[in-house]
Design a protein around this ligand. Structure first.
Ligand code: PMP
Length: 394
């Protein structure tokens, strides 16, 4: 009865990363493929204490149904952080708690996209977003990135010749390229989008993972209250708790709320209560600073090993935040071939192709540094360099 499936499910690909994660669960494999936060930096003891306190003090309520918007003190905590860090004028009513920030992409897709509608995406762009919007049978208008952010000439061309529902982007440590938009580019992008009345869906999954600790103003801050921001506790608290949020202007929030009600009534209330308790009882800023210190070290280990082992015609980024190094391979070496050969030697990397909405990117690779120790990073990169050499000489 397979002919009964919807067009949308038949036209959407499986997530390449989530498929690879199944392979890399094998402990013999050094995996640079996924994007897992380092488990040693998850404060399981602190979370255990917060969970015990919530269950003891208010267990019956915490285990009950709750509101669609989410736990008010948690929404207030997020709004206050926006006000303090970025000077945004938002309050708790502009915040809705989601099941990870991934769910925001689905909800915003539901609010804006009908079959065939276009979304402007970064090229390369986050493949989880491409998959999510594909569920609404979206089409893509990819805009390339330079070292300061989206290419504005190209964006202007796109805006003048096509009609997009919104633009999706990741201004801090973009996944996969690692690029952080400059302040000027943020401002210019905001004014270009406002002029054409195109909403910006701003994914800030890595805003707190900045090695210099600087809080950069979101693009939304320059959009006169019109931006839609998403955030995540996955990288600074726990990905398994699936806690994220969307911050949106009142009118958009009204629509998002309907989409959320229809999707799952509300996010896991016990998780929200545990998170709120954890934030009350712990110094999250000190915790985040500790994560950044560790990730910066790991990024440096990886890049300095690449400096030693890779030939000059392999290009790679020097991360200033986030969890990834982005490689461009020399002419004639395909990332798929490198992936297959490295996996045979128990090292997993991620070919860059699924990050390109319209195809391409055959010579690009994403490697994760957050979830490996120094020995694994050094041994793994040496194997990748070896395999690359073998491919070129074969
Ligand atoms: N956005 C980006 C850019 C991501 O990299 C990720 C996860 N890797 C997500 C959103 C989703 O994260 P979560 O649902 O855990 O918040």
């Amino acid at each position: 009865m397979n002919h009964r499936y919807s067009e949308r499910i038949c036209s959407t690909q499986k997530s390449f990363i989530r498929e690879i994660l199944k392979v890399t669960a094998n402990p013999e494999i050094i995996s640079f493929a996924g994007g897992l936060p380092n488990p040693n930096l998850i404060d399981d003891e602190g979370i255990q204490k917060a969970a015990a306190a919530v269950l003891k003090e208010d267990g019956k309520t915490a285990l009950q149904y709750s509101t669609t918007e989410g736990h008010p003190p948690l929404r207030e905590w997020i709004a206050e952080r926006y006000r303090i860090r970025y000077g945004l004028t938002v309050d708790a009513d502009n915040i809705l708690i989601t099941n990870g920030s991934q769910q925001c992409l689905d909800l915003v897709g539901k609010v804006y996209l009908d079959k065939g509608d276009a979304v402007i995406v970064e090229d390369p762009g986050y493949l989880g977003a491409i998959q999510s919007f594909s569920m609404f049978q979206a089409t893509y208008l990819p805009v390339p990135l330079d070292e300061e952010g989206p290419d504005l000439d190209c964006l202007t061309g796109v805006l003048e010749t096509s009609s997009a529902k919104f633009m999706y982007g990741i201004p801090n440590s973009q996944n996969p390229s690692g690029i952080t938009y400059s302040e000027n580019r943020r401002r210019d992008l905001a004014s270009e989008l406002c002029e054409h009345e195109i909403p910006f869906l701003e994914d800030d999954a890595y805003g707190e993972l900045q090695f210099d600790g600087v809080a950069r103003k979101p693009v939304s801050a320059y959009m006169d209250g019109e931006g839609i921001l998403t955030g995540s506790f996955s990288k600074i608290f726990s990905p398994g708790m699936r806690m994220g949020w969307v911050c949106a202007p009142d009118a958009v929030m009204e629509k998002i709320l309907i989409a959320k009600q229809a999707s799952d009534l509300h996010s896991n209330y016990l998780s929200q209560r545990i998170l709120a308790k954890y934030l009350e009882e712990n110094d999250i800023d000190a915790h985040i600073a500790g994560i950044n210190k560790e990730y910066r070290k790991r990024a440096e280990w990886m890049v300095s090993k690449m400096d030693k082992c890779f030939p000059d015609d392999v290009h790679y980024t020097r991360p200033t935040g986030g969890m990834f190094v982005w490689l461009t391979l020399p002419e004639g070496v395909s990332s798929g071939e490198l992936f297959e050969a490295a996996l045979k030697r128990n090292v997993a990397i991620l070919p860059g192709t699924p990050f390109y909405a319209d195809g391409g990117g055959n010579s690009t690779v994403r490697v994760n540094f957050s979830n490996s120790d120094k020995e694994e990073i050094e041994a793994g990169i040496e194997i990748v360099a070896d395999v690359l050499d073998e491919i070129r000489n074969s």
